[in-house]
Write a protein that binds this ligand. Structure first.
Ligand code: SF4
Length: 441
């Protein structure tokens, strides 16, 4: 088989990153090897995201750019997958006559067949949603990605219908994979030398709730912790309303579960939360945060916040600021609200100008920068166990991730990559820590 090259450009969340890894694995069987240079590619795929505004325009721009490569390499196959493909479907093939493939979020399994057709000049679009029963068997394993830490998809889709979010429309209804399949995949990864697994899904903590035959997410974590060779477990993303006491207890008594949790609040105001259809109030969110901090003192909490949601008053906005002070997020992903066509929130009147939203965003950013730096400084002098994952920021340094998810650079031999080491934190910056080796692995 001739070796051919595949370039994938991935937008959006970790689900898309994981799907791209799956695509690379599937297309390796057809002779495609990944490349990081688009001009060397025989196939270019865009794995798209439509969660934030302007996604379609971004994809259209990229397609126009890649068109010039197609002029130089007439056999080049060009495809679009992911959420924008799901939304736009056949319309993309009509709009871009040089585009060969469009595949939706439920159609990855069809890709090898679509590529074989495209190699013969066929153009094809597949965006039909698949029944949940059939979808259970459509999670081909990922091979050859990072050796140390891997994503393991445990569920997909979402039933929550937050009023601003496009995910339930482009990813479909929520489905939990069989625990037996997940554990098989984790055991296989452990056999390959993987040390950390990140359990992945749009809303992992509702895992298994719709199926009497599957464990709860907390039970699943305990089963994954029982797999020999796996030393660290993380998960993302969680919904506050499904953060059960049973799951929080795992932070107290499952040592392999890292002390880090991503729990998006989205707003600190009850009025806005209700308009967002988030299904919890500020007090309930803070109750979950308190329980997490009690279960694992020092737990690093990260989150997402939307600023400028329709109808957000200055008083609502100030509620978000005070929530941030109370939670003390280690890191926060901040977004200016922009309407996604097709969602309920897109029908709400917007009263804030772009400038007003950006001004509020700046205030949130300033506050979060201060809190993050204070938290980073609290690690000074402490010992941290790191999984060393690669080269450091500066020559002579290597870099690893602490249990909290913090990136720590330290002077060290690249031979340490892949091992666990203990370092003492000697300096704290905005986005990373500096350590020095305290003990060899
Ligand atoms: S929980 Fe809400 S924000 Fe998250 S994916 Fe589901 S609908 Fe979107």
């Amino acid at each position: 088989m001739n070796e051919k090259h595949l370039f994938i450009e991935t937008f959006g969340c970790q689900m898309n990153v994981n799907d791209s890894e799956r695509i690379v694995t599937m297309l390796a069987d057809l002779g495609y090897r990944p490349t990081t240079v688009p001009a060397d590619a025989d196939m270019i795929l865009l794995n798209t995201c439509s969660v934030r505004g302007g996604a379609e325009e971004k994809v259209y721009k990229r397609l126009s750019h890649y068109r010039s490569l197609k002029k130089a390499h007439s056999g080049l196959i060009l495809g679009v997958g992911g959420c924008v493909a799901q939304q736009e479907g056949d319309h993309l093939l009509q709009k871009f006559p040089f585009l060969d493939l469009v595949f939706g979020t439920h159609n990855l399994h069809l890709l090898p067949d679509m590529v074989r057709g495209a190699e013969k000049g066929e153009r094809r679009c597949e965006t039909a949603f698949i029944d949940n029963d059939q979808r259970l068997d459509l999670f081909p394993p990922v091979k050859g990605a990072s050796r140390l830490s891997r994503f393991v998809t445990v569920m997909q889709g979402c039933d929550n219908f937050c009023s601003y979010c496009i995910v339930p429309y482009v990813r479909g209804r929520e489905i939990s994979r069989r625990a037996a399949d997940i554990l098989d995949e984790v055991r296989q990864l452990a056999d390959e030398g993987v040390q950390e697994v990140v359990l992945l899904g749009q809303n992992v903590n509702s895992y298994g709730l719709k199926s009497a035959n599957e464990p709860t997410f907390a039970q699943l974590i305990r089963q994954v912790a029982g797999v020999e060779g796996i030393r660290r477990i993380r998960f993302t993303t969680s919904h506050p309303k499904d953060m059960s006491d049973e799951l929080i207890a795992c932070f107290a008594d499952v040592p392999k579960l890292c002390g880090q949790v991503h729990l998006p609040a989205q707003s600190g105001s009850d009025v806005v939360l209700s308009r967002m259809n988030r299904g919890y109030a500020r007090a309930a969110y803070l109750d979950r945060i308190r329980a997490l901090k009690a279960a694992r003192p020092g737990i690093a909490i990260t989150g997402d916040m939307i600023v400028g949601f329709p109808g957000e008053s200055e008083a609502d906005f100030e509620q978000t600021l005070t929530l941030m002070e109370e939670v003390r997020y280690a890191d926060l992903f901040l977004f200016v609200y922009s309407a996604r066509p097709g969602t309920k929130a897109a029908e709400l009147p917007e009263e804030l100008s772009r400038e007003q939203k950006v001004e509020r965003l700046e205030r949130l950013l300033a506050l979060q920068r201060r809190i993050t730096l204070e938290i980073n400084r609290s690690y000074l002098g402490t010992l941290q166990e790191l999984l060393v994952e690669g080269e450091g920021k500066r020559p002579g340094q290597v870099s690893g991730k602490a249990e909290s998810g913090r990136i720590v650079n330290f002077p060290g031999d690249p031979a340490l990559i892949g091992s666990f080491v203990t370092v003492r934190i000697v300096a704290a910056y905005q986005n990373s820590l500096l350590g020095e080796l305290a003990r060899n692995p």
